[in-house]
Design a protein around this ligand. Structure first.
Ligand code: GRF
Length: 219
């Protein structure tokens, strides 16, 4: 049976967040802003940003905010597993309470996820379970012809399929007839920033209850 005990908030101190990134980092920026003076102020602080690619804009955003960054790239390790274990070790050493993967472009091996000392939350640019499992959710939704898409914040667990962990929150975005990938992505992204901060705030405040696959939020 799935063990969801790790997904619940344990106590009420200022929560230490680690954010895993691969590129632009606009969701990271939303979290940094919320910690500095928004919905996460007094609830959470970003204590570590880890990128799996060197010199990405997300790291510059973290440095600008005075947050330590690490690059743990595949090229520096003998195997993908060793690289992911290095990420797990860095998270454990930093003593983080919650890991957020925000635009992180790799899938964690379940064995490594089991070693994570904190729960993991992910933001995905579609209404899961539709258009999960890839890096082109917006283009895929547009090409499929759906009239509604959006974004999903979900937990990542070792027991669930890719993009298949318990859903924390979703926001819908209507697809317009004149949308292209860029216009649709921009509207979805605005919802991502809002939804991710809201979900993290709920978790940090202990307002999330996990009941099997159902995540119940007291907003
Ligand atoms: C977001 O759309 C996120 O949902 C997806 O990758 C994008 C990352 O954007 N996984 P950013 O790096 O947060 O700007």
């Amino acid at each position: 049976m799935q063990d969801n005990s790790k997904l619940k908030t344990q106590n009420s101190k200022l929560k230490k967040l680690a954010v895993l990134v691969s590129g632009r980092g606009s969701n990271l920026q939303a979290l940094l802003a919320a910690c500095a003076g928004g919905e996460l102020a007094g609830l959470a602080t970003v204590t570590l940003v880890i990128s799996n690619h060197p010199d990405v804009p997300a790291q510059a955003r973290a440095e600008e905010a005075g947050v330590p960054t690490l690059t743990i790239a595949r090229a520096g390790y003998a195997s993908k597993l060793a690289q992911q274990q290095a990420i797990a070790t860095a998270l454990r050493e930093a003593g983080v309470d919650l890991v957020v993967t925000a635009g992180f472009d790799r899938i964690f091996d379940p064995a490594v996820l089991r070693e994570f000392s904190a729960p993991v939350m992910n933001i995905h640019p579609s209404l899961l379970p539709a258009f999960g499992g890839g890096l082109h959710a917006i283009g895929d939704a547009l090409a499929y012809g759906v009239k509604l898409t959006g974004c999903t914040v979900h937990f990542i667990t070792a027991d669930d399929a890719v993009d298949g962990g318990p859903i924390i929150a979703q926001a819908a975005v209507p697809v317009r007839d004149d949308d292209n990938e860029a216009t649709l992505a921009a509207r979805v992204l605005a919802e991502e920033h809002r939804l991710l901060v809201q979900a993290v705030a709920c978790w940090c405040a202990g307002r999330i209850r996990v009941d099997g696959r159902r995540v119940l939020l007291q907003i």
